[in-house]
Design a binder for this molecule. Sequence first.
Ligand code: HPA
Length: 272
Amino acid sequence: MSTNAEAALEAIMSRGVGAVEVAFVLGTGLGNMADAVENPIAIPYADLPGFPELTVSGHDGQIVFGMQEGVSVAYMQGRSHYYEHGVPNCMEVPLETLALLGTQIVVLTAAVGSLNADFYPGNLILITDHINLNGINPLIGSGGDGSIISLVDAYDQRLARRFKRATLTAGVNVREGVYMWFSGPSFETPAEVKMARMLGADVVGMSVVPEVILARRIGLRTTAVGIVSNFGAGFQGGNPSHVETRQVAAQGAITLKRLIRSFLRVKEAEAQ
Ligand code: HPA
């Protein structure tokens, strides 16, 4: 673990935060999901070495710790993206810090563009796999055999079953799909969206993938949920904008909140 992560751990523990079981990374427009935390302790990223300096709107820039449904949780309100500075491992220190806090499960959330005619704006998508053709990997240069990791179970199947079980009690419909990572910050061209569809992607986005890879390298179990904010460029008339992404994701956050509450109530043993 890096010295930044150790320093961040110390800063967090000095505020009275104990072990964390489940951590959430909140995407664009999803920041208020952390309102569900009981007895919250919020720490600005600026107080934590190596945590993101946020440059795009729709992200709050703090981490909130507390309890929810009897589970100790952490919500990262905002993430750093590769496109902000060209650093693929920009989320490494936060993920390492979470691991040092005892976190075993990380749930990534993100607004996504739909490439699937059955996935509409506002729908929740459980991401079951990804495609990364950017030629970028956050483990490049990290050295050693330890960076050559398997991604077969990167989207943890037990966590997926836990989410599916949670949909029943939450009364929420969740689709499943493959996420294709585009670096951004511009949205895709219609030709790129067409290509992604042909390659088997159901949704596109500009985050998730580097975080999943880093988290797997660190030994965290990962799952990801997308909120469809728009149809992909040129698909079903899609012409995405950042403002639209933020607004539609914020509406979907209400359903996602319900789903997460049920997810935390489902014990892992019940979802075998
Ligand atoms: N493309 C890339 N990222 C996105 C999109 C999209 O259409 N919608 C939300 N995030």
